[in-house]
Design a protein around this ligand. Structure first.
Ligand SMILES: [Zn+2]
Length: 422
């Protein structure tokens, strides 16, 4: 295993922006102390003494970011796909999540999840744990050992949840959060992110306490926004003082450039403006939105408005941790949206989807998701020989085939911040 400083040689592709792929045939990607120094057709003299990893037949791309995923739901992925959101939570998500009160169960179940993520395309992820402090710390420890760089949330929920999965009150939920934050300090690559489940499961009192913690400790926050029409109607009943679902978060200081809002399927104009003006991130989760019949996010509009958008697998609303699969589905469902709902913003192309999966979502972690100078060096070396064909393809076409047909078995090497995982 080579750590921190090295040169990767092969066919290198990354996003310059949402419309542009930079493609370099037979070139050198340089990593020094975990940071990219750029891509070169001819290796500059100053880097010639670094170890060279020759992957001339492969495609080398930045690691991918999963901006929204529920670790405790991994065990029942692809079950319950005939339900809508609220019914699905009651029937599947809540009963399974309650088992994570048992730390031994959590340890075993999370190990499967972390192993799958480690061996796949994801190098960065923002995820939900459960409301349980110890179970969530087990997840964080496993992630810390994995070499991935992640943000993990202990979930807050003190209302409208089944008795077996509900915190006693706002006070207790906030106390548990502070305890968890304190205990999370030992982790280097696994950071805490405040995680109110969604407005329906958090009292105003709890949201206020969480808003205060966010402000005092300068923490990021993740939640769900405007996923399903019944959920949105419920929020307007629960927060009659709010002007929109998004306003119910903004009111408590949860709408800024350290905020991830998953889904954003049914957005009123006010929420689009709010996301844009505050620099908040949207986690686009196309598979989940189709599986639990929520709808299709107007993601082309969001990109056109320069709103920060990344991709989420949203397991277990989504069935798989594969971000390439989510990219393909994002492209496909945007075409349905374009055909049936709104032609104004076009549909997603490969460039758009690749950007969201790498540089777009990576931005939540800082300079992540590109091989440009100064970016943290997260890389996947992809070998497409097993995707049989008789045709000679261009590098862009080979990338497209890897997105639509590739699996984790096509990943030959993986690096996170310059550290080789395999
Ligand atoms: Zn979710």
């Amino acid at each position: 295993m080579i750590e921190n400083s090295f040169v990767l040689y092969g066919n290198i592709i990354y996003s310059e922006d949402k419309d542009t792929l930079k493609i370099f045939e037979n070139s050198y990607a340089v990593c020094v102390d975990g940071i990219s120094k750029g891509v070169f057709a001819v290796l500059p003299d100053e880097y010639k003494s670094l170890p060279l990893i020759d992957r001339r037949d492969c495609i080398i791309i930045p690691g991918m970011t999963d901006l929204h995923v529920h670790a405790p739901q991994y065990g029942f992925r692809s079950v319950g796909m005939d339900c809508e959101l609220l019914e699905w939570l009651e029937a599947h998500a809540f009963p399974e999540e309650s088992k994570y009160a048992d730390t031994e169960y959590a340890k075993k179940a999370y190990a499967l999840f972390v192993n799958d993520m480690r061996s796949g395309f994801t190098t960065r992820a923002c995820m939900f744990g459960t409301m349980h402090v110890n179970g969530t710390l087990e997840l964080m420890q496993l992630l810390e050992n994995s070499g991935l760089k992640t943000m993990v949330g202990k979930v807050n929920m003190d209302r409208n949840s089944p008795e077996y999965l509900c915190e006693e009150n706002a006070e207790k939920s906030a106390e548990a959060t502070l305890e968890w934050l304190e205990k999370s300090k030992k982790f280097k690559n696994t950071k805490p992110i405040i995680t109110p489940r969604f407005i329906p499961s958090c009292t105003d009192e709890l949201m206020e306490k969480l808003g205060k913690i966010i402000k005092e400790q300068n923490l990021p926050v993740q939640s769900h926004l405007s996923e399903n029409p019944s959920e949105i109607a419920w929020v307007s009943e629960l927060c009659p003082w709010s002007t929109s679902y998004g306003d119910a978060y903004r009111h408590f200081g949860m709408m800024n450039n350290k905020t991830i809002m998953a889904h954003c399927v049914h957005l009123p104009e006010e929420e689009i403006t709010m996301l844009k003006e505050n620099g908040a991130f949207v986690a686009h989760c196309p598979e989940s939105n189709m599986n639990i019949a929520s709808g299709i996010s107007p993601v082309c509009r969001l990109l056109a408005e320069d709103i920060n958008v990344g991709i989420g697998s949203d397991v277990a609303g989504g069935t798989t941790l594969s971000i390439p699969k989510a990219m393909a589905l994002a492209i496909q469902c945007s075409k349905i949206y374009w055909r049936y709902i709104d032609k104004k913003y076009g549909y997603l192309n490969l460039e758009n989807a690749f950007f969201m999966a790498t540089k777009g979502g990576g931005k939540f972690f800082g300079k992540v998701g590109s091989f440009e100078d100064g970016y943290e060096f997260d890389a996947l070396v992809l070998d497409d020989k097993s995707i049989a064909t008789y045709v000679d393809f261009t590098l862009k076409e080979r990338l497209e085939r890897l997105i639509y047909l590739g699996t984790k078995h096509n990943i030959k090497n993986k690096f996170v911040n310059g550290v080789q995982l395999f």
